[in-house]
Every structure is written in C-alpha cells, then in structure tokens.
Ligand binder design. Structure first.
Ligand SMILES: C[S@@+](CC[C@H](N)C(=O)[O-])C[C@H]1O[C@@H](n2cnc3c(N)ncnc32)[C@H](O)[C@@H]1O
Length: 441
C-alpha cells in the first residue's frame, strides 16, 4: 500500500523524501456546491442586445468570453494514476478523498516545514500526507469545529505518528483543537508563545464540508438524504437552518437565498418558505426539497431542481455557519500568523468562497485586482529590482505559473489551480475546487 500511495502522490514531486504511507482508506471528501458566477451570462446578454443585428459578431464575442473564462484558472498538470487512485479510494462514495492532494504537497515541498497548521482537519487526509512528506516537522497544529471530524482526525494522526518510525517522529509535537479557525491566533498562542511570535511555516485551509458530514443524514447537509434541517458544522452552535426558514423575516430569508446561493428564483422561494409557516413550517430536508421541486419548472427535469436545491442548501449552510465573514477575517489572521517565507494554501469549493480568497489575498498585498496575462505585473517588477528579491527561486517550482509580488509577500497563484481532468473524473466532488496560495515575504 505504501508503494501504491507514494506512486500516486510523488509522480511529479521528485523532491519528496522517501516516505512511508499508511492505509489512507479513511479519507473522505467533500463539497457538492455548484454555484456559478452569473457575470459571464449577463455579459453575453448585453452583447446580444448590442449586437442583435450582427449574429456573427455575437458568436465571436461569446467565444472570446468563454476563452477568457477558461484562462481564469490554471488546470493542474499533475499526473494522477487511475489504477493507484482506485486501489486507494475505489468507488466508495463515503470515503473522503483529499482534493488536490499532490498539488498541496507540491506547494510545501520546497519549504523546511518545522511547523504546520491545518485549519480544517476533516479526516486529516492532507495533514497525514504533509506530516509524512516533512520529517523535519517539529510542531503540528490541527483544528476543526466539528467534534466528529476532530475525533476521527486525532486517531488518524495518532496512527500516522505511531506507524511511522522515521527518526524525527518522536520530536514531533501534535496539537489538535476543537476550534473554529477564526480563533487561529489564540489557538497558536495556547500552543507556544514562540510559535505565535516567530510564525508558522505552512498553513492549509480546505474549506467546505467533508464527506462524513454530507453522508450523515442527521447533519442535514445533504439534498438527497432526509434529515433534520440542522446544517451546523459545530453542533453546539445555536442557529440551525430551520430557525432561518421558520422564523427569520421574509426579506432576510430572501437575502440569504440570493446572496449566498446566487439563486435567481430566490423571491418565489422566499414567498413559499414564508407561506409554509402557516402550516407549521419546514422541519426536514425532504420537506424543503419538496418545496423546491414544486417551485422549479418541470421542464428543467431532475437536474433543474437538484441544482436549485444545491444552491438553497449552500445558502443556508453559509448563513448557519457564518462562513463568508469567518473566512474573510481568518485569511488575514492566517497570513499574519505565517513566518517569513511561510505559505498559506486555501482550497475553496464555490465562487463566493473563491472570490473572498482572491480578494483577501489582494487586500493583504494591498493591491487592486490585476488582470491581463503577464507573468508579473509592472509594480512587481519595480519592487523586485528595488528590493533585489529573487523571484527565480519560486519560479523554479513547476507548479508556479504566474505571480503577483508586493513588499509584504507574493501571491503564487495569480490564477487559481483547479484539479486535473483525471482528478475530476475520478473524484467528481473535486470539480469545483480552486487552490490559491500566498507566501509571506
Ligand atoms: C473539506 S473538509 C477537510 C478535509 C481534510 N482536508 C482532509 O483531507 O481530510 C473541511 C473541514 O473543515 C471543517 N470546518 C469548516 N469550517 C470550519 C471553521 N470555520 N473552523 C474550523 N473547521 C472548519 C469542517 O468541519 C470539515 O471537517
């Protein structure tokens, strides 16, 4: 098994040290969110209006738009061996497959990772592989807000440490916390004052849900499984999805559906949800799905209502867990917690999250959105000359394509990295994943 996993992960990571991998069958993966930005569609509509006498020009403009959409991300070129993947994860949908695992290992390969923080432990799939790839690691910190994930990750990490007999394993201090990543600074302070002062060498945020959460009907995350309308990542939190649906003011319900679900049918859904209160309200995911099915045009078929339901569930989940505000604040806190030269990698699973990650990185760098196809923007070049920062070091890493450099750091992914076609085929849940990485100066 060790050989099999090493083959899978290290095909293009020649820098990986010889590793022992454990049985990774416990890995599960996550996130079915599929919200698409409406901007391109709107642009196409506008183009259609202004070109209504000239069909050929509309076609050209549409294809240009498609091209620019395609360019907005970099598809991973990392090879994934199908046979090995199937041996590890098979067709079992309950297994959490860590998304972009090889790519995440690449992000940290060139660093001496003495300390590492995983903000979203889940089943500790990413963490286990990173710990193995970095025998130099001395302090490991992992957080999850979900007690079930926290417990599972703890036992997984224990077995990784126990099974691996590489020399420094005994020196590795593992700290796990049942905490929200918005508390990252206080958590690091609890571990070691020195860690907070000197900073962490590597940080990972793998957002969204784990497959354990989606597959457990009682958590209420799944469109396809009947359960209570709960959707709390932290079961001790007070707000549940049913509270929003049954007692929030109508316009607040509409705002959630529109802003967090990007659902065009939000107004009609809002009215139906409020009307359902007259008959006792909504208390199960099946009741909510029925309501959505009844308000979705029959002509759109099963795919139509499933897409709407996915957007509605996403919206409620974001509101219940206050995900977007938490993310925005936490990215800055994580960047501030990095050591000099340290890297923060964030995997997001829907456009709202990705926009926040992208903007948070730009805000940290104190620059506005930079567009165009240059490898490095003008300001970056000027700073490089002035400060004699050697960008060539990062460019030697094959996964780094375009960067944005500023005084306080470098965005190593001007365009987000998305899974290879092979990964998307083998793990459909990876489809919407986007990886962005920032390095502190
Ligand atoms: C996609 S899973 C992580 C999977 C993990 N990388 C692996 O390889 O197994 C996301 C995890 O983040 C946790 N999570 C979500 N929001 C969180 C937050 N604000 N603070 C801490 N954990 C959070 C979820 O409970 C879930 O277990």
């Amino acid at each position: 098994m060790a050989k099999v996993i090493r083959n899978l992960l290290s095909r293009s990571s020649s820098a990986l040290p010889p590793l022992k991998f454990p049985d990774l069958r416990f890995h599960v993966n996550c996130s079915f969110s599929t919200s698409a930005s409406k901007t391109p569609k709107n642009k196409v509509k506008k183009l259609k209006k202004s070109n209504n006498n000239n069909n050929s020009s509309v076609i050209i403009n549409q294809s240009k738009l498609k091209l620019s959409q395609v360019k907005r991300r970099t598809r991973s070129e990392k090879e994934l061996d199908e046979e090995t993947f199937m041996k590890m994860y098979g067709n079992d949908n309950s297994v959490h497959v860590p998304v972009l695992l090889g790519e995440i290992l690449d992000v940290f390969t060139s660093l001496t990772l003495r300390s590492f923080l995983d903000c979203t432990l889940g089943a500790a799939g990413h963490s286990s592989a990173i710990i193995r790839a970095h025998p130099e690691m001395q302090v490991y910190v992992g957080l999850d807000v979900d007690p079930i994930a926290h417990q599972l990750a703890q036992s997984q990490l224990r077995s990784v440490i126990d099974r691996d007999s590489f020399d420094t394993a005994a020196a590795l201090k593992v700290h796990t916390f049942l905490k929200n990543f918005k508390d990252v600074k206080s958590v690091l302070g609890e571990v070691e004052d020195e860690l907070l002062a000197s900073g962490v060498n590597g940080i990972l945020m793998d957002l969204g849900m784990s497959s354990m959460q989606v597959n457990d009907a009682e958590r209420g995350f799944s469109v396809l499984k009947n359960g209570p309308l709960d959707m709390r990542m932290n079961p001790k939190a007070t707000l549940k999805a049913e509270d929003i649906l049954n007692s929030w003011p109508a316009d607040e319900v509409g705002r959630v559906l529109r802003d967090y679900g990007e659902e065009s049918n939000w107004y009609s859904l809002q009215n139906r949800i409020v009307k359902a209160r007259l008959h006792g309200g909504l208390h199960s995911t099946n009741e909510l799905v029925d309501l959505i099915q009844n308000s979705t045009s029959r002509t759109k078929g099963r795919q139509g209502w499933i897409k709407t339901a996915t957007r509605v569930f996403q919206a409620l989940r974001i509101a219940v867990n206050d995900e977007l505000k938490t993310l925005e604040d936490s990215i800055r806190a994580c960047f501030e917690s990095l050591s000099s030269g340290g890297r923060l990698a964030v995997i997001s699973f829907h456009s709202l999250e990705d926009r926040i990650v992208k903007q948070a990185f730009l805000n940290i760098m104190n620059c506005s959105e930079v567009d165009g196809g240059g490898v490095e923007d003008e300001e970056g070049k000027r700073l490089r000359e002035l400060r004699k920062i050697n960008l060539d070091t990062v460019k030697e890493e094959a996964w780094i394509k375009q960067v944005i450099q500023r005084i306080n750091g470098t965005i190593l992914t001007k365009r987000p990295i998305t899974p290879s076609e092979k990964e998307e085929t083998l793990n459909p849940r990876s489809r919407s994943a986007k990886l962005r990485v920032i390095q502190k100066a």
